[in-house]
Write a protein that binds this ligand. Sequence first.
Ligand SMILES: NC(=O)c1ccc[n+]([C@@H]2O[C@H](COP(=O)([O-])OP(=O)(O)OC[C@H]3O[C@@H](n4cnc5c(N)ncnc54)[C@H](OP(=O)(O)O)[C@@H]3O)[C@@H](O)[C@H]2O)c1
Length: 358
Amino acid sequence: MSPNSLVAADTMTSWEVGTFGLSHLAAVKRPVPRPGPREILVRVAAVSLNYRDKLNAEGVLLPDLKLPYSPASDAVGEVAAIGSEVTRFRPGDRVMTHFITDWIEGPVPPARPVAGDRTTDGTVYGGTLGGPLPGVLSDYILLHEESALAAPPSLSDTEAATLPIAALTAWFALFEVASLKPGTTVVVQGTGGVSLFGLQFAAAAGARVIVTSRDAAKLERAKALGAAAGIDTGRRPEWDKAVLELTGGRGADHILELVGGDNLVRSVRAAASGGRISQIGILAGTEASVPILPLMLKQVVLRGIVVGHRKAFEAMNAAIEATQMKPVIDAVYPFDQVPQAFTHLDRGPFGKIVIKVR
Ligand SMILES: NC(=O)c1ccc[n+]([C@@H]2O[C@H](COP(=O)([O-])OP(=O)(O)OC[C@H]3O[C@@H](n4cnc5c(N)ncnc54)[C@H](OP(=O)(O)O)[C@@H]3O)[C@@H](O)[C@H]2O)c1
């Protein structure tokens, strides 16, 4: 073992699908990869699942993904070995993955649902982890040093594993693209990962948060996390009307649109004049027929969000340290129960699903 390496084995376990479909998830043995000059080898401690992992494993989101495919993009672990030109990390550092690997800061990068670019030194850099770039459901993963960052010291491995997509998406929409003001009304939809991070961040910043859910019991749990009100969409499918009632007819200042499909129509109706809709989710579909007149007359900003850049991730981590906020974890599964973790994701989690790799 070289001084730059803490690697304990030659082979590792990796969860993959050889054919699209969650029923094809299987644990396979692979050689532990070696880092290229600007890469770090990370011994994974914990992985969290996102809805896109299911869509990718099923071949829905990126149907041209190369098989076998290892899903997931959110991981925390220890740097086990570094390439000869790595300067950001040392073996033993605790790091997290950064989803849009080459979006460090600045303007939105080009939409790029295709394979990552190769840098001149031959390492893969660019694109998004867990499709089209390789996923993280393995004992060891390779990351370009720029696509990793330090994990917040106040969080355990399972807690920190929840941050890279869900937390950063909510943070980026609320504080990077918009600047949330205390006293404003924020709507978050469903009670999954992005929604509950949105709830916790917005409530901590002094916003009045309204949560929608198909499950009354989950709404009670959301209120315990700081939600001012909950709307049971099973009993009240016209949730936009409920938002107007709860805001004295004014509407919500910022809506995290997590359901997608025609739910966007209701978000437009529920938005306040001068309000904002962050289009994030596609749970109910990728198409919507939007009423233009209320969008236009209320001068609502409709903005697509794709996670965020690393600089925002670092700012979010500093806020998490300052507030000692703890992510909401619905369940932690051992590494030999990855299929069960995906089944839980499919049912609709309250917060995050985490897989403890070691
Ligand atoms: N654009 C981006 O950067 C970005 C980033 C992260 C996630 N996303 C997308 O945002 C959405 C939410 O992601 P997530 O990771 O937070 O999901 P998640 O953790 O799987 O949670 C989804 C929650 O939404 C509710 N839900 C599920 N299916 C629904 C449906 N058909 N209609 C209405 N509500 C439904 C459920 O809550 P209740 O049981 O309480 O109703 C469920 O717990 C997904 O579409 C995901 O792909 C996009």
